[in-house]
Design a protein around this ligand. Sequence first.
Ligand code: ADP
Ligand code: ZN
Length: 731
Amino acid sequence: MADLSFFAQGQLISVLTAQPIDRFLDYKVPEGGCFIGSYVEVPLGPRKVLGVVWGAGEGGYDLKKVRAANRVLDVAPMREEMRQFLIRAGDYTLTPPSAMLRLATRAPGLGDPPSMQKIYRLGDSEPDRMTDARLRVLGVLRAYGGLSFTLKELADQADTSSSVVKGLVKLGTVLEEDTPRDQPYRKLDPEYGGVDLMGDQIAGSEALRTAVNTGAYGTTLLKGVTGSGKTEVYMEAIAACLRQGRQALVLLPEIALTAEFLVRVEKRFGASPGEWHSGVTMTERRRLWRMAGQGGVDLVIGARSALFLPFRDLGLIVVDEEHDSSYKQEEGALYNARDMAVLRANCCSAQVVLASATPSLESWSNAEAGKYKRIDLTSRYGAAVLPDMHAIDMRSETLPPSRWISDTLKKSVNTRIQKGEQSLLFINRRGYAPTTVCRACGHQIGCDLCDARMVEHRFQNRLMCHQCGESKPMPEQCPSCEAVGKLAPVGPGVERLAEEAKEAFPDARIAVLSSDLFGSARALKEQINLIAEGNADIIIGTQLVAKGHNFPHLTLVGVIDADLGLQGSDLRAAERSFQLMRQVAGRAGRSDKPGVALLQTYQPEHPVIRAILSGDEEAFWNAEAGERQVAGVPPFGRLAGIILSSPDVQQVFDFAGEMARNDGPLRAAGVQLFGPAPAPIARIRGRHRVRLLAKADKTVHIQKALSAWVGQFRLPNNLRLSIDIDPQNFF
Ligand code: ADP
Ligand code: ZN
């Protein structure tokens, strides 16, 4: 019987390379033949590049001109489901297949022959003469039974030099052997450890086990406060997956979280998983990539890019802290690992577990709609308690104009300062002031393109729309009544709140944390470490502080404007401030000092505020979903950001203008286009950036419309275009 996926030498094959060429290339099959999915090395101009056999070649031209592939690589062919995943993920994110293949081949030396290493184990013959060092070497080898060591490991363990080991090799006392470097990982034992689950953990793990045992696709939202045992519960799903002989993948939002997780895996399964993130060596990456394909690794824990490993039989993907915005890749291929995990699982009949204390509205509404199953863990394991939450009714506080820290909050902060504890004043707004008003006519400067007000950024001396990215210089005169010098900032942003805090607490050490105030990630990290060590009394922060940082001295959270999210000027403002409050709450409850959260609000009776205070999360999500539904924004409508960039500012604006004028294919499909406008970060690495925003109903196939629209234009060489489907941030 002929194997249909086999190609004999000389036949034509169509190859996808990881090079930035947006088409498949034909080659002739090299000696020995190949399969669909085989990794091949092919000539491209003067170079040799990596590619994957995607199917039969097209033909229809002078066959003599077609070059032959150089060779087939010695790695497991890419599976059908993986090829399907790359194409579907590329279609969704509007990323070309070549760029998707790049994501899937991020390991060095895939084309190299399997490299060998020398290992050492115990032989039979006795040494002619025994020394202390020799005795120690033999002692190590005997102590570990049949195990073998590398030269360095053995010498280190025996606390001696490698020449002692080599001397024993000459005598035949120690044996030296060659073995492939890329060894399988130790097998995980699903019956090794585990805790006695209790309460709703039992039903939760049972439901996940049942789901995994179906061997089919499905997604479950696993929701529970920090410390409720979500990790323990999904470990049981991993165990079920391992019993089925399938592989599992756990995605974590930050490398910093992996160390603790490794310890827990060891305790539960008696061995370590494979690790895939930026902190892993190149040799180890290569090993893991190959072992994923051969089934030589049972469990991988990693960053979002681990989704693109060539698993032989992936049965389960856990996305821990699924709401975390770092799952969104914001450079190159713009994808959200949470969504891609669901897609990947769909392609390979695997289960997905999305774990979070504060799920994203997307996942919550997918569960509501019945697309995902949902498991709730309602109580904390052990004695930890959530902090108190109270409203400060701003209608009964007497604040002078342009002041936002109420007396009640001020007193509370002062108490913490006296006790040597920290306070966080949280405001979910970058910049100086959210609104600019004309004192002559009352006009508020709004965005020309959206129903949103412009935000003053005093640092940059501009007004910006955080919705679509439009920005303009701060005007001298009112655009409405033309009065000069009457424009005034109204309301606080993080820059302005810091100004006030310095006056209100003159002796306190104040630290400001806002993403646009730091030049580098390292500078930011240093600031965060300083704060964590207690070198600040008051932290003024935007949503940046939500990112799982642990401030052990923090006992008070003051939310300056809890009503902010209710106005809908920033798509996810309410969702994020809600998540932040829940997260801060979770942390404060873990330390020995109880925490308090105070919410300043003019609408304490508003359903969202009431939901936050009462801890009635379902009410919150229902209210928030209602608002989004009315506005027609995600997850009830579709958005796509289009960013054009070029070193030439005139060129990029002209081109964006031309694209906006020729929006026929978009309009025909029911997609609205806003812009062009300068991106909020108008220049990155010397490139000027311009932004457009596309908005459509949920029913519209927005990718198809965008492709047709973009396909009309020929991009000049130095101009780059990227499309961000489901944008998380507007920058
Ligand atoms: P989450 O992932 O929801 O934050 P964890 O699974 O990390 O919660 O559980 C919090 C802590 O409580 C962990 O140290 C965990 O080992 C422990 N724990 C949770 N459930 C149990 C249980 N049934 N028996 C023993 N320890 C448990
Ligand atoms: Zn706008």
